[in-house]
Design a protein around this ligand. Structure first.
Ligand code: DP6
Length: 360
């Protein structure tokens, strides 16, 4: 089932009526980071993430049968024409057309909206590409209804990956592994799989409060970022470390040892940034307030013994992670101590969620 060709739709019908699907898909936060990729969106190392719930993209796909076979679509963001998204979506359709040849039979109208504030520095590519892929698979179910639900879910993740790597981890909940690695059975470079082992109750509904430190445009696009890992002096060791960290995290998720969890998660975040600081060209994506927040988190953890930790994406925003049972005291800490380091005191509460859903 792992080979790419098994995902190619060969027999399909052409619908004669137009129709609409609407899907919502959440963002996700990686604990073990994907950083570096090969041809065709194949990751250089495995990654593991918590699927989120509140930060999501809602995408409405209207399809209309047409005579000629080509890629054809209109793009709207919150109901307004949005041409700046076109190149990314065009590339996505080009990448998936071989696996989903039926898309050439329709003109699409795609309208998306995010639940999180525009230009909050929260990447919408993961939720956006996951939501769009979920709608494409909904169409596939109509034109080729003979596959299993498991197949459709895998293919949705695979298509999302072709749009943006981390998006393949947003189709399902609530802990997802992407990238083949020995310690996770059935893990694949082609799509994300739900973490298939026992998880300690302490991780139920794990909380992620996103502190908006810098809402500006990304300094380094993910494409440029991943490229930095080519010829990077520490790349090979880093890729190996990701495998080791997933193996270790597998045990931690089972035992619920939060001391070990924190050490691994924070180290992963800092390693991601260390890779950027040691590449050519080099980048510092943390801001002074990122460091202020990290130090405050360490002080708070030391004095209260509450197991709160941070992780980072390729930017200055900080994700604060903690078990649900500490929600009240951590929220108080965030409001009183951390919010002042955020742009306009802004932060967004999120928590583990279940992935893409049909909201048609
Ligand atoms: C730092 O998934 O945005 O967030 O495949 O080029 O679209 P592309 O990259 P993208 O990279 C995300 C990198 C990260 C870590 C992670 O989410 O694993």
């Amino acid at each position: 089932m792992n080979a790419l060709h098994t995902f190619k739709t060969i027999n399909y019908t052409k619908l004669t009526n137009s129709g609409t699907f609407t899907f919502a898909a959440p963002s996700n936060i990686a604990l073990v980071k994907y950083w570096g990729k090969k041809q065709n969106q194949i990751p250089a190392n495995p990654s593991l993430s918590f699927t989120l719930k509140n930060c999501k993209t809602i995408t409405k796909l209207q399809y209309q049968p047409k005579a000629e076979k080509n890629i054809s679509f209109d793009l709207l963001f919150e109901g307004q024409v949005k041409e700046s998204f076109r190149p990314k979506i065009q590339k996505y359709f080009e990448r998936i057309q071989d696996l989903c040849p039926y898309i050439l039979d329709y003109h699409f109208k795609i309208d998306t909206q995010n639940t999180f504030p525009h230009s909050s520095g929260i990447a919408s590519s993961a939720s956006g590409m996951a939501a769009l892929s979920a709608t494409i698979i909904a169409l596939e179910k109509l034109v080729n209804p003979n596959q299993t639900e498991a197949f459709y879910l895998q293919k949705a993740s695979l298509l999302a990956r072709l749009g943006s790597g981390s998006a393949c981890r947003s189709i399902k909940g609530n802990i997802v592994v992407w990238g083949e690695t020995d310690s996770i059975e059935n893990s694949s470079d082609l799509f994300g799989v739900t973490f298939p082992y026992e998880v300690n109750n302490i991780f139920n509904n794990y909380q992620d409060t996103i502190l908006l430190v810098d809402k500006g445009e990304k300094q380094v696009s993910s494409t440029v970022g991943h490229d930095l890992m080519h010829n990077h002096p520490f790349a090979e060791r880093r890729f190996k470390q990701a495998h080791e960290n997933i193996q270790q995290l597998k045990d931690i998720l089972k035992t619920g040892n939060l001391t070990e969890f924190i050490a691994l998660v924070e180290s992963e975040a800092l390693t991601l940034h260390a890779m950027m600081m040691t590449s050519k060209p080099y980048f510092i994506l943390m801001k002074p307030n990122t460091l202020e927040i990290i130090n405050e988190i360490w002080k708070f953890r030391e004095s209260t013994k509450i197991p709160v930790c941070f992780t980072l994406d390729a930017g200055a925003n900080v994700h604060v992670l903690y078990p649900e049972k500490y929600k009240i005291s951590v929220t108080e800490f965030i409001t009183n101590t951390l919010a002042k380091h955020c742009q306009n005191n802004q932060f967004i509460h999120d928590e583990m969620g279940n992935g893409a859903e049909n909201v048609s």
